[in-house]
Structures are given as structure tokens and as C-alpha cells.
Design a protein around this ligand. Structure first.
Ligand code: ADP
Ligand code: MG
Length: 145
């Protein structure tokens, strides 16, 4: 799926992504969604929109400084949304230390990871890839594979 969207259209993009994600859900492992794109491409904003659609009322903040933040989910598919930003990690070994192996082995986890390129060597093979880029100041392109 390839689309251009502005902030007003983000809700419908989030809904489409959730529909896609639930189709791809595995019964044996976590669902891992990678969010690629430059600084300001809209990775955190899209995560916030997805979280809202999934019923998370809490404010979803950028995890750049904390690396990882968990939000309880009560959908039929998932119990936890794990939002990761690897921007400040020096290596994928640091993510392993944060319990990455356990996180991605629980099918009740939905993992959204910003800057996946930085930990490419430990990403599972069946990730859903979302690539965001600037279109205009007010619009972004999204490409989902
Ligand atoms: P990233 O996490 O990729 O660095 P952010 O989600 O923090 O980017 O967004 C950076 C800026 O871009 C914010 O000011 C945000 O409001 C704006 N923005 C995000 N998504 C969109 C969009 N779809 N259309 C227009 N502006 C957006
Ligand atoms: Mg961000």
C-alpha cells in the first residue's frame, strides 16, 4: 500500500494499518512493525494514531530517551503495545539486554519500532515494514510492505 496523507487523514491510515497487521498476526510470535523514515517523517505521530485506534487513552510519547515504552492493550489480538525508538542505542546488543528476545516471542505483543535499520541484525524476518517520507510540509508518503 502506497499513499500520501496529511494529519487529518492519519486516523484512516492508522485503521488501514491495524487491519493489515491483524491479517498478518502470528500465533507463535509477536507482531513486529518497523517504522522507517527520516527525523520528522511522522513515525511517532503514526504510532500515536495507531495507539489511539487500539483504545489506548494514555498519552503516547516519543520513546527516544527511554528507548522503550509499554502500553496495555485490551483488543482480542493483543495485550501489550511495545513502542521502541532505537535512535539512541549504540548497538543491537543493547536492545537484547532490554529483553528483546522475550518481547518478540509473545504473540500477544504488538511491537512498533522506530529506526529499525539500527537493529537490522536482530529483527525477525516477518516484520511488517512501514516507510514514511516527507511529501510536502503538511503531507507524508507512506509505503507499507
Ligand atoms: P518522527 O517520529 O518520524 O521523527 P514525528 O512523528 O515526531 O516524526 O513528526 C514530526 C513532525 O511532523 C510533527 O510536527 C508532526 O506533527 C508532523 N507530522 C507527522 N505526521 C504528519 C502527517 N501525516 N502530515 C503532516 N505532518 C505530520
Ligand atoms: Mg520519533
Amino acid at each position: 500500500m502506497k499513499k500520501t496523507f496529511n494529519k487529518k487523514e492519519i486516523k484512516s491510515i492508522a485503521k488501514e494499518i491495524i487491519a493489515l497487521v491483524s491479517q498478518k498476526k502470528s500465533e507463535s510470535d509477536a507482531t513486529v512493525v518497523t517504522l522507517s523514515g527520516d527525523l520528522g517523517a511522522g513515525k511517532t505521530t503514526l504510532t500515536q494514531a495507531i495507539a489511539r485506534e487500539l483504545g489506548i487513552e494514555e498519552n503516547v510519547v516519543s520513546p527516544t530517551f527511554v528507548i522503550m515504552k509499554n502500553y496495555r492493550l485490551k483488543t482480542k489480538d493483543y495485550r501489550l503495545l511495545v513502542h521502541i525508538d532505537t535512535y539512541r542505542l549504540d548497538s543491537s546488543a543493547e536492545l537484547l539486554k532490554l529483553g528483546w528476545a522475550e518481547i518478540i516471542s509473545d504473540p500477544k505483543n504488538l511491537v512498533l519500532i522506530e529506526w529499525p535499520e539500527r537493529v537490522a541484525d536482530i529483527l525477525p524476518e516477518n516484520c511488517i515494514s512501514i516507510v514514511l517520507s516527507h511529501h510536502t510540509e503538511e503531507e507524508r508518503n507512506v509505503n507499507i510492505k
